[in-house]
Design a protein around this ligand. Sequence first.
Ligand code: DC
Length: 648
Amino acid sequence: MSRTRLVRPVGGPMSGLAEIPGSKSQTNRALLCAALAAGTSRLSGVLFADDTEAMLEAVVSLGCDLQIDRQTATLEVTGIGGALSFEKLAIDCRSSGTTSRFLLPVLTAGKGNVVIDGSDQLRSRPFSEQIQALRNLGGTLNELGGPNGLPIEIVADGLEGGTIQISAAESSQFVSGLMLAAPLFEGGLLIELTDTPVSRPYLDLTIEVMKRFGIAITKEGDSVYRIPQGQYRSADMMIEPDASASSYFFAAAAITQGNIRVDGLSRDSWQGDIQFVDVLEALGAQVTWGADWIEVQGDRLSGGTFDLKDFSDTAQTLAAVAAFAESSIEINGIGFIRAKETDRIRAIVTELRKCGVEATELPDGLLIKPNQWRLTGASIDTYDDHRMAMSMALLGLRVPRIEIRDSGCVSKTFPDFFSVLEGLRPTAALGTDAVAVAAIDGPAGSGKSTVARALAVELDLPHFDTGAMYRAVAVAASRQGLDFSDTQAITEVAKTADISIGDKIVVDGIDATEEIRSAKANQLVSMVAANREVRRILVPRQRQWASDLGGGVMEGRDIGTQVFPDAMLKVFLTADLQIRAERRFRETKGQTFDDVLEDLERRDHVDSTRDDSPLEVAPGAVIFDTSNMAIEDVVKELAEMFRSRMEG
Ligand code: DC
């Protein structure tokens, strides 16, 4: 097991150019074609990660010559260029599905004896459809462990092609492997798909790469592929950045209100996973498609239903994004990902739930009903699945205390994932739109006031309690005996009352520090705060306060959403309803616990459903669950976030 890694919340918009390593799928296809070709091929933008190292080792053991330059991510491959023969070879595919499923048919078409094996994880993945197909073509394959899985001994003596019927409902890799091997079969191969394939773009990718290396596949309708017998020719190929790996960065921009660009991808990409960007766009992110780049700008995210059958490697990314959406997201068409590195549907649902997300497994996908108030840190299991680690890390960008166990599993496809992510942390943007304000929003009892005051002391910044302003208006109106349903009268009070907010609250010359916290004020203030005109008067005053003082810690309900959407740090404090009620109960006199609980629920409801500036998590805000935390610890973490934002 590799190390547990704590992902620190970014506290602001992530931005910049994400340097994404080469596509795994293209690297492994190109590498195999180049290895089988006559002559020397040059591959650039190559991915060096566990899955491609497995293929690299394999082609070397088959006798091709490689010049490797990891610095420049280039490879020179001098291919075998003729019949494939080997003697008592053992190939370890590690955990690589592509390596194993591409090599099985290729080796069956050679001559000699070889054992293909892999990790325990790979041993538990499905192979039967491909084994069966190769047997139908006359290949001799002996499972050395359990039936239909690795390790498999191949007693190879060439293969005659013909016609094969195969299902790609479980994995398109079975078909891609047969396509890649088919030029070595006598007479080529006609593949007839027996049902609709999953991940069809990967079949198209295989066709494109093979074409580059001199083999032309013809497609007959949607389900028949004719692959001629032939000799692969060497070629130079530039590998695109990995679109699946890019999904984490586009998602990071989407959920942090950031702006992240990936060079080398475009609408013309061969990779189906770029469709993930369309999903982000449908959710509300802004996407710009360049000739040779894609940029995503985060915005509010809505919900929707998405079929990810063709680009299922991004399903976990979308599930993580869904935790920050404003309505439900259903992902379907992906039942087959239960047979990937792990049961990915079960795994992502289990881990999201640990973080407070209401996620449910569906036979064919999953359903996420986001409630950002409930998000909380957790220790995340990764199931030896790189995509679990990378997608759940996204939660950590906005939720404190998300730790990723066995984070080293990202080495399967993206060894530098965490450092690329760190490199996009927001830098201090003073002088642009960011204001040196820590905006602290949250429901009553979330610890907002205590935390905001202590944070101000810790950071040596002024503190502003905007709720006190609304309370002061309530007090002024109540002193005048006004009817609170008379919105105009209340607005007039907001305009004319003389309110001073400091250590003491003074309303029209009279100390109201205690009065604004009375049960009566508690009762009345929601109505004041729900008054649009009152907010129009008070919000500019709040902004003025911060600009007069050059920043500060400002607490309220709409600081991150309305007052300072560009605050340096936006935080939404939250806590379990029961715990919030207990906190309030300790502070109030003369009310039963049930009264307090009921009052809190009522206020949550009024504050979060009112038409104007409802209490909600500001886009990009850090969501901090204080339920089981000491105030000092919350303050310490927030101070750290604020400082690191200021320092950039
Ligand atoms: O934080 P508090 O309980 O003192 O807030 C009093 C009321 O004012 C509460 O109903 C929420 C509302 N409020 C608001 O709408 N906007 C703010 N910025 C601060 C408080």
